[in-house]
Ligand binder design. Structure first.
Ligand code: TYD
Length: 137
């Protein structure tokens, strides 16, 4: 696989025994990340998508805690696509990138950790506007 330039993979270790499974992710390679908010996305119809925006000032970490889904991120020039799968790696996405989440399985739950509280004005929801903003950064 080509090395990732935008996303940083966060390894997940599984501890499975007769009592069930426990998954652990240690945030070792993503620098300072304080979680101020979490949210999780579920029940996404098969042909639907989420995301389709960028954040100006919000770092995030994404995991699938059930099922699987596809995440694509871009800055307009580099594009990276990863599959998020239950029990497998999560990804750190720094501020300033466009993201699309799609192909959720019926059971998929996407857990997102966010470095800031919710702020509607931090969103860029038009790709054209995003490209303009990125140029001016
Ligand atoms: P949105 O960010 O558009 O979802 P997605 O990234 O999955 O496309 O959020 C959907 C709705 O939820 C929108 O009305 C804003 C609201 N919302 C909050 O109020 N707080 C939050 O922390 C988040 C992430 C969304």
């Amino acid at each position: 696989m080509t090395p990732l330039k935008i996303l940083k993979e966060i390894q997940v270790t599984n501890f499975l025994d007769s009592r069930g499974n426990l998954d652990v992710a240690e945030f070792q390679n993503i620098g300072e990340f304080e979680t101020k908010r979490i949210y999780y996305i579920s029940s996404v119809p098969e042909d639907d998508a989420r995301g389709a925006h960028a954040h100006k000032n919000l770092d995030q970490v994404f995991f699938a805690v059930a099922g699987n889904l596809i995440m694509t991120v871009t800055d307009g020039s580099i594009t990276e696509t990863v599959e998020l799968k239950v029990h497998e790696a999560g990804y750190f996405l720094p501020a300033g990138y466009w993201r699309d989440l799609k192909d959720f399985t019926n059971d998929a739950i996407c857990l997102v950790l966010a470095s800031e509280h919710y702020d509607e004005s931090d969103y860029i929801s038009s790709f054209e506007e995003y490209l303009e903003w990125k140029k001016s950064e």
